[in-house]
Design a protein around this ligand. Structure first.
Ligand SMILES: Cc1ncc(COP(=O)(O)O)c(C=O)c1O
Length: 498
């Protein structure tokens, strides 16, 4: 039983004595260290069905009226999560775009929760606010973005993109504008390639823009935005009295890692005086790698940029980052001064720069990772991820059992092709069969726990997609992949032939 003395005698069953906290914390850290030590030997995922997983949690029944022993609660939660989760920290987790979490980030989250600064206002989080501000300057520096720009940490890439595009919208249609402003908003247009992530549809919907505001721009064979199409659509809209608000470029598309022609897009935006926003949620940090395609560094020319430290800075979820070139325009979009908030000191209050009010200390895990390995550490890890994706692509291209489809940044797409289906391009029935087979293969791999990849659909072809944002993936892991693909692919092919 806990003594309640520390709470001045009041009932505080959530509190823990320092000794108890220390013991429980050490036990938890030991379990986490065991998890990290055994990660490679574990399956990527236990591959349980939805009903199996629900049953594991249903054991705890309905909302408890009475509490439980804290050590039991901690050990049960640790058992549940370490035995049955999908581990994106596993060397063979190459799905979607979710990175291995850096161990220092795990510890940072504990420290952040212990101090619990509310990073909405400087007064409530003096040190944390300054650390977040420094983190943002460091991120800008890594990207070659102006350090005088403003920014803030948010939940992820979606929210970082929302912040940028909302700032663009408010720059054209200031808050509290006249009826004429509202009328003009009905004519707003936003330009983005057809490969843009779905955040763009959510943003337009949430911001109340008309459904036809989104101008979907064509992509070329490499899935990059076609500049001529963008130029023509912009010119035609201006001619028609529409109000172009923003052009979106992507530095690493979600499907294939394609990089739009960002410098040329920036020049076109300058010519039309239109806000240029770059979604660098996946690929943005590759701008610091000299061997990355030159176009990627065009994100430094944008009016706003979204990047995702929980992707290529390997921060544990959640950590996105929005940067806005003009701090005044950024602030104008989000700042309100209600009478019930008097922050007193002249300092940055992050509540003025984004949609959140109370804010957690996401910056700490990012800041600590940046300090632990520095620019050089990140350059090397990101370059290695890119090199491993190339090695995978080349192995698959050289393997008769597989077909390598695309490679950009650290994303390789490919499919398994049984012998009888090789060299049958243009055969519609064969393509349908290969789609069925590779879809089933993706599902089979997932439950196997041997390898986790996701998918891309390109020109009607269902492809497997490996995205390496994982500092644990090694050359050996990559070398093992073709055999894993072929073994499961062959088994499914045999089953489908029965
Ligand atoms: C290009 C791109 N933009 C935006 C997002 C959304 O990022 P988040 O999942 O961190 O919100 C993703 C996610 O993969 C992405 O690849």
């Amino acid at each position: 039983m806990e003594s309640h003395d520390r709470s001045g005698g009041r009932y505080a069953p959530l509190d823990l004595s320092p000794e108890h906290f220390r013991a429980a914390g050490h036990a938890l850290v030991d379990r986490v260290a065991d998890l990290l030590a055994t990660m490679r030997a574990r399956p990527v995922t236990a591959g349980l069905s939805v009903s199996d997983v629900r049953a594991l949690v249903d054991v705890f029944g309905r909302m408890p009226d009475e509490g439980s022993d804290v050590d039991l609660v901690l050990s049960q939660a640790t058992d549940l999560l370490t035995a049955h989760s999908l581990f994106n920290g596993h060397p063979k987790f190459l799905g979607y775009i979710t990175s291995s979490p850096a161990p220092i980030g795990m510890l940072a989250d504990l420290l952040a929760a212990a101090v619990n600064p509310n990073v909405g206002a400087w007064t409530l989080s003096p040190v944390a606010t300054e650390i977040e501000a420094q983190t943002i300057r460091w991120i800008a520096e890594l990207l070659g973005y102006p350090e005088e720009s403003s920014g803030l940490l948010v939940s992820g890439g979606n929210e970082a993109n929302f912040v940028g595009v909302y700032a663009a919208l408010r720059a054209v249609f200031p808050r509290g504008g006249s009826e004429r402003t509202l009328e003009r908003m009905g004519k707003a247009t936003i330009y983005a390639s057809s490969e843009t992530h779905t955040w763009i549809e959510k943003a337009l919907d949430m911001f109340g823009l008309p459904p036809d505001a989104l101008r979907s721009i064509r992509v070329d064979a490499a899935r990059r935005l076609v500049l001529d199409d963008l130029a023509q659509r912009l010119a035609a809209d201006v001619q028609d009295g529409r109000v172009p608000v923003a052009v979106i470029g992507t530095a690493g598309t979600v499907s294939t890692g394609a990089i739009d022609p960002l410098p040329a897009m920036a020049a076109l935006c300058r010519q039309h005086r239109v806000w240029f926003h770059v979604d660098g949620a996946y690929g943005g940090f590759a701008a610091m790698i000299p061997s990355a395609p030159d176009d990627i560094r065009g994100l430094a020319l944008a009016d706003s940029v979204a990047v995702d430290p929980h992707k290529w800075l390997y921060a544990p979820l959640e950590a996105g980052c929005a940067l806005v070139r003009d701090p005044a325009q950024h602030r104008a979009a989000f700042s309100y001064h209600p009478p019930y908030y008097n922050f007193g000191v002249e300092a940055t209050n992050f509540v003025d720069y984004g949609p959140q009010n109370s804010r957690g200390f996401r910056a700490l895990k990012v800041w600590m990772g940046l300090r632990q390995v520095g620019r050089r550490g990140y350059e090397r890890m990101i370059a290695d991820d890119i090199a491993l994706a190339r090695a995978l692509y080349e192995r698959l291209a050289a393997d008769a059992r597989c077909e390598a489809a695309t490679l950009s940044l650290s994303i390789a797409t490919f499919r398994y092709v049984p012998e009888a289906y090789r060299h049958r391009s243009g055969d519609v029935a064969a393509e349908e069969y290969l789609n069925t087979l590779n879809k089933a293969l993706q599902g089979r791999l997932e439950v196997s726990g041997e390898l986790f990849v996701s998918n891309a659909v390109i020109d009607g072809r269902y492809l497997l997609r490996a995205c390496i944002v994982n500092f644990r993936t090694s050359a050996r892991d990559i070398a093992e992949i073709p055999d894993i693909i072929a073994r499961h692919g062959e088994a499914i092919h045999t089953e489908l032939q029965r």
